[in-house]
Design a protein around this ligand. Structure first.
Ligand code: 6PG
Length: 243
C-alpha cells in the first residue's frame, strides 16, 4: 500500500518522520516484540533525530529496540561523513539505548569485510525468510538513488541474494560504502521515504509514475511486493506537480 504525505516544509517532514516512527514502535513494543528500526543518513533524518531526542524520547522503550543504519560510508566513526556518527551524535547519545541492540556496520574493517560482518549481524534478527525490519527510513538523492544503491547498477541481479552489499565505486563520495540490498528490504514492514527540496522533484516525478530504473522506485516496489507499506513524505518543493 502506498501513501503520499505532502508537508509544507522540511521541518514538517522531519516532524512527520519522528511521529511515524514512534507510532510504529509503540504498537510493536506493546505487542511484546522488540522493534527493529533502520535509520538513514542524510539531512532530513538529521532533523528528525534532533526532534526525537528533544521532544519524543520518553515515548519509546529504548531497551526494547534494535537500531540499524541503511547504508554507511567507509570513513572512520569519528569522521563527519559517517552516517552512524550523525545518528549517534544527534540521537543515540541522548537516549537510554541498549548497546547490545545497536547494529553498527564495522566500517573500520573496509567495505567488503564490513558488508559480510554487517550481514551476519542483521541475519540474527527475528524473521522467517528475511529479517523483519519494522520501520525503515529511506532518503533519496536527486538522481533517484537510495541507500547506496545508485542508478545504473544491476540492483537485482548483482546483489540480489545478499542482505548487505559492499559498494566500491559510488558516484557520490566517498566511493567505498556498504548498503542494505533490495533483498533485505523484502523484510520491511513500513518504509518511510523522506525527500525535501526542489532538486528532488524530477526524480520523484519519475519514481511515483513507476519508473523502476530508479533505485528509490525499485526499493518501494520491493517493499510493496513483499506485503510492506510505503509512505512517501515530501515537502511541497519536492512533490511532483501532479500531487
Ligand atoms: C548516503 C545516504 C544517501 C542519502 C540521500 C539523501 O549515505 O549518502 O544514505 O542515500 O540518504 O543522498 O540525502 P539528503 O537527505 O542529504 O539529500
Amino acid at each position: 500500500m502506498t501513501h503520499i504525505e505532502i508537508c509544507d516544509d522540511a521541518a514538517t517532514v522531519a516532524r512527520w518522520a519522528a511521529t511515524a516512527l514512534i507510532d510504529d514502535l509503540r504498537s510493536i513494543q506493546q505487542s511484546g516484540q522488540t522493534g527493529v528500526w533502520v535509520a538513514a543518513g542524510g539531512s532530513t533524518p538529521a532533523k528528525a533525530y534532533e526532534i526525537i531526542a528533544k521532544e519524543d524520547a520518553h515515548q519509546i522503550d529504548w531497551s526494547n529496540l534494535y537500531i540499524l543504519i541503511g547504508d554507511e560510508r567507509c570513513v572512520p566513526l569519528s569522521h563527519k561523513d559517517s552516517n552512524w556518527r550523525q545518528l549517534a551524535d544527534l540521537l543515540l547519545a541522548h537516549v537510554p539505548v541498549s548497546a547490545s541492540h545497536l547494529l553498527r556496520p564495522p566500517m573500520e574493517l573496509g567495505a567488503i569485510p564490513a558488508a559480510s560482518r554487517y550481514a551476519e549481524m542483521i541475519a540474527q534478527l527475528p524473521g522467517e525468510d528475511t529479517p523483519k525490519l519494522h520501520h525503515v527510513w529511506l532518503g533519496m538523492g536527486e538522481d533517484g538513488h537510495t541507500l547506496s544503491l545508485f542508478p545504473g547498477e544491476e540492483l537485482a541481479e548483482h546483489i540480489g541474494a545478499q542482505l548487505v552489499a559492499p559498494i566500491l565505486d559510488s558516484p557520490k563520495p566517498p566511493p567505498e560504502r556498504i548498503t542494505l540490498t533490495l533483498n533485505a528490504l523484502r523484510g520491511a514492514e513500513h518504509c518511510v521515504i523522506l525527500a525535501t527540496g526542489g532538486g528532488k522533484r524530477p526524480a520523484l516525478t519519475r519514481a511515483l509514475s513507476g519508473d523502476l530504473a530508479l533505485p528509490i522506485a525499485r526499493a518501494a516496489n520491493t517493499v510493496e511486493r513483499n506485503g510492506g507499506r510505503v509512505t512517501w513524505v515530501l515537502d511541497r518543493e519536492a512533490a511532483p506537480i501532479s500531487h
